[in-house]
Design a protein around this ligand. Structure first.
Ligand code: ADP
Ligand code: 5GP
Length: 226
């Protein structure tokens, strides 16, 4: 981890704009093929106000990827100088490229009451937890290796060597699962979705995400004290 990543005391508590709730940080990690995209699509369809954190990366754009939508595509030099300036809430090197989460846009969205979803790897998720300890960190499990292999092959997007690499990576990623706060097994999709939805709604109801609420309601009692 880089010393250039700001500490939680500097950024962990994000104030909310007056009259709004504070947005929720939702991080979902899963071995590739588990069904994360499927569940996230469902969540965003039900709660369209979610915003995705747009990462910076030094890798080149692929296919239809757009600057500022899928990623901010940076030169290595630009990435490293931003990292030095402490502009990333977390960063990681994945397959020889750098990836990082810009801190300021996330803070601003949370302040405005916008919930933010992250698509980052497990190392990044655990770094982000230091910056945003109030976030919701969900680890999604496949029911078994056999089923994960079936889903990876069924998806039909990966060559044989990539399927084997992803299966090997799955065991390693699950080794990090004890550091996450919520565990969901994606066996039956509807059941997994209900659990994910419940985690999100419970997170929204936390007092730190409703900063003005107590004051607002107490104020309505104030005239009775007089
Ligand atoms: P990820 O984003 O985790 O890599 P995807 O959402 O692309 O995974 O899902 C991988 C494959 O598994 C897809 O073909 C998807 O339709 C299928 N899938 C997802 N959830 C389930 C489930 N609960 N039961 C059976 N198949 C599933
Ligand atoms: P890809 O290059 O295929 O888009 O992403 C490769 C990996 O990098 C994925 O596991 C993705 O979750 C991860 N990733 C993307 N953005 C970030 C980021 O900002 N931080 C971290 N730590 N990982 C990221």
């Amino acid at each position: 981890m880089s010393s250039a990543v700001p500490s939680s005391s500097e950024i962990g508590t994000v104030a909310a704009a007056p009259g709004t709730r504070r947005g929720v940080v939702l991080v979902i990690c899963a071995p590739s093929g588990t069904g994360k995209s499927t569940l996230v699509q469902r969540l965003v369809a039900e709660f369209p106000s979610f915003s995705f954190s747009v990462s910076c990366t030094t890798r080149a754009p692929r296919g239809q990827e757009r600057e500022g939508v899928d990623y901010h595509f940076l030169s290595q030099e630009d990435f490293l100088s931003r990292r030095e300036r402490g502009e990333f809430a977390e960063w990681a090197e994945v397959h020889g490229n750098f990836y990082g989460t810009p801190l300021a846009p996330v803070q601003e969205k949370l302040r405005q009451g916008v919930d933010v979803l992250f698509d980052i790897d497990v190392q990044g998720a655990m770094q982000l937890k230091e910056s945003f300890p109030d976030g919701l960190y969900v680890f999604l499990f496949p029911p078994s290796r056999e089923e994960l292999e079936r889903r990876l092959r069924g998806r039909g997007t990966d060559a044989e060597d990539a399927v084997l690499r992803r299966l090997a990576g799955a065991a390693r990623e699950m080794g990090m699962a004890p550091r996450f706060d919520h565990w969901i097994v994606n066996q039956d999709l509807d059941t997994a979705y209900d659990e994910l939805r419940a985690v999100y709604l419970a997170g929204r109801s936390r007092p730190e995400n409703k900063p003005g609420l107590l004051r607002e309601v107490l104020d309505t009692f104030a005239s009775e004290d007089a």
